[in-house]
Design a protein around this ligand. Structure first.
Ligand code: DGP
Length: 120
């Protein structure tokens, strides 16, 4: 697991390095397509990033592979069930002006606490 073709990897990308285990992360799930690990700066009691192993810039690019997008969403659901009560908020920041800072697509899974009362 973790051997990604050169075409699917950006040598300067921090999440590609996490996928390759060159940078440590608190991994909570992995399969042959997707990994999930805890966000370094959690914004909720449960805050996990679900990351396709292949380097894709954002959810616009990921949507060109509907099966991989669906896998990402179903892993988000599994993580929320395994580590929380199953309810979750799923966010793809897409583009710098929407808050994206790491340009390797990732779904934020946020759960727990008072999410229901918070505005978007
Ligand atoms: P975004 O702003 O949507 O691009 O989210 C990037 C998230 O990635 C942000 O919440 C912090 C997290 N992050 C950045 N670098 C690292 C890292 O090296 N390890 C982990 N676990 N999270 C990181």
């Amino acid at each position: 697991m973790g051997n990604i073709a050169a075409d699917d990897r950006d040598p300067d990308c921090i999440f590609c390095k996490i996928v390759a285990e060159e940078i440590p992360s608190d991994r909570v799930y992995e399969d042959d397509q997707v990994i999930a690990f805890r966000d370094l700066h959690p914004k909720a009691p449960l805050h996990v990033l679900v990351v396709p192993r292949r380097h894709r810039r954002d959810v616009r690019e990921l949507a060109e592979q509907p099966e991989l997008l669906a896998r990402t969403a179903s892993v988000a659901s599994k993580v929320a069930s395994d580590l929380g009560d199953g309810d979750f908020r799923l966010i793809f920041n897409t583009g710098a002006s929407a808050g994206q800072t790491v340009f390797h697509v990732h779904a934020h899974v946020l759960a727990g606490g008072s999410l229901a009362e918070e505005e978007m």
